[in-house]
Write a protein that binds this ligand. Structure first.
Ligand SMILES: *Cc1c(COP(=O)(O)O)cnc(C)c1O
Length: 187
């Protein structure tokens, strides 16, 4: 039996499936890589930059230029043959990663961005003249309420999204996944 954690579910929401690749930084808590492996997908590390210790936009851009090819509107790693299914920057120790640049690169390549804001509840990033919270940039983002985090509920966490379809999918998965039916209980 598999236990689903909030981080797995954010990857499920953006449709990561087994044996696909997910780009993550090596400088993070192990849960970032675990969420990928737990789905049967493969973590692919993109180096960090030294100012904020988040995923380096430069390293991401270079790696994608080196390995990524587009086939039928999807992006594949031409060395491994796997689809590159998501990019997951991490705001480590509550310090915002260069998320605006990272998001722009993800957008250019049409790869879903999932933001790991587990450690960054309450952190802000300047976006033009606006301040925006970490966790508001990803197609789906996560915050952790584990015992060592900014706010704790003992365990668990939260998925953030502005996408109505993803939000209702998230609600479905996180609340016993019952399929609507007048009398049958099918989950
Ligand atoms: C704590 C943490 C997680 C894990 O959160 P859980 O709620 O335990 O799933 C993921 N990523 C980072 C960067 C963390 O610090």
């Amino acid at each position: 039996q598999r236990q689903m954690c909030i981080r797995d579910s954010a990857l499920i929401l953006v449709a990561v499936i087994p044996s696909e690749e997910v780009l993550i930084p090596p400088m993070t808590f192990v849960a970032t890589a675990n969420a990928v492996s737990h789905l049967g997908a493969v973590p692919h590390f993109i180096d960090i930059e030294k100012d904020f210790l988040g995923m380096s936009p430069h390293a991401l851009e270079e790696r994608l230029e080196e390995i990524a090819i587009k086939k039928n509107g999807r992006i594949y790693n031409k060395i491994s043959g796997r689809r590159i299914a998501a990019i997951v920057p991490v705001h480590i120790f509550g310090t915002p990663a260069r998320i605006i640049e990272l998001k722009e690169i993800a957008y250019q390549w049409n790869i879903p961005l999932v933001e790991d804001a587990a450690e960054a509840l309450g952190s802000w990033i300047k976006d033009g003249n606006h301040l925006r919270h970490c966790g508001s940039f990803g197609m789906a983002s996560i915050i952790s309420f584990n015992g060592n985090k900014i706010i704790s509920t003992g365990g668990g966490g939260m998925i953030l999204t502005n996408d109505k379809i993803l939000a209702s999918k998230a609600k479905h998965y996180s609340s016993t996944a019952k399929i609507k039916h007048p009398w049958a209980f099918i989950h």
